[in-house]
Design a protein around this ligand. Structure first.
Ligand code: PLP
Length: 271
């Protein structure tokens, strides 16, 4: 009998186009060799041109999904994506406490606020809940620079600002903060900065001039989570995630008339 691989739970929204959200998470988790599970928070109506609407899942149903999988299957690491509302964030925090996610179980909080086309995926009044309910429970937070601005008020224009932002995020309570440099367009490289309140780690990577980057944040956080689920420390898991996302961006493909997804298919044997 085959032994089960490590198990990772994603608490995230559905992207009907299959490019981002829980679909991207499950794809990346599979490619990284772990078993993916989902607590669905919202169902978006979405294609390569953007999000035209979404409906939220009732907070008690989101919480029940978390408790159901954790109490039977077990969770070796968990991550969040789109959480939509303060009520869902509060329900997620309570359910995570109940099953020790964020205490003994690594917990990656990807503070998704908007789609790459600018459609809002998190209510304005939910930012406070994100900061106070989820950040203190997180092993790692992984904002992009737009999310950094919303959460900390810091407008990152250069590497020095990136360091300041990492300190401000860490002061909100997560064990580690990763400030992703992908949106720092003035930088010829793409440097992600990791901080634990003591040491900074820079993870440089190439900046590809590509159009198809849908789901890149989800794919990175999922790849990191897959390694935390195996018991790796955060810097080692982030290094793996960085190399995984660089190759997945290089393997992105076009879909529809808009923006296609990054792809972890490079990780699987060719047909
Ligand atoms: N839709 C859903 C359901 C998501 O979870 C996310 C991001 O996590 C997005 C859309 C946005 O992805 P992108 O920034 O690649 O457009």
């Amino acid at each position: 009998m085959t032994v089960a691989p490590p198990k990772v739970l994603t608490i995230a929204g559905s992207d009907s186009g299959g490019g981002a959200g829980l679909q991207a998470d499950l794809r990346a988790l599979f490619a990284c060799g772990v078993h993916g599970m989902t607590a669905v928070t919202a169902v978006t109506v979405q294609n390569s041109l953007g999000v035209t609407g979404f409906t939220e899942i009732p907070p008690d149903v989101v919480a029940a999904q978390i408790v159901a999988v954790a109490s039977d299957i077990g969770v070796d690491a968990a991550k969040t994506g789109m959480l939509a509302s303060a009520a869902i964030i509060e329900a997620v925090a309570a359910a995570c406490d109940e099953v020790h996610i964020g205490r003994t179980i690594p917990f990656v909080v990807d503070p998704v606020a908007a789609s790459m086309h600018g459609q809002q995926l998190l209510a304005d009044d939910a930012l406070d809940a994100l900061r106070t309910e989820l950040f203190p429970r997180a092993t790692l937070v992984t904002p992009n620079l737009d999310e950094v601005r919303l959460i900390t008020g810091i407008e990152v224009a250069d590497r020095r600002d990136q360091y300041r932002a990492a300190e401000a995020l860490h002061a909100m309570g997560p064990a580690w903060a990763l400030v992703k440099g992908g949106h720092l367009w003035s930088d010829p490289e793409c440097v992600d900065l990791l901080y634990d309140g003591d040491r900074f780690h820079e993870f440089p990577g190439p900046r590809y001039d590509v159009k198809h980057t849908h789901g890149s944040g989800d794919t990175l956080a999922s790849a990191i989570c897959s390694r935390l689920a195996r018991g790796e420390d955060v810097p080692t898991a982030v290094a793996y995630g960085k190399s995984f996302i660089v190759r997945s961006v290089a393997a992105a493909y076009p879909l529809g008339a808009g923006v296609g997804p990054v792809s972890p298919l490079w990780r699987l044997p060719a047909e």
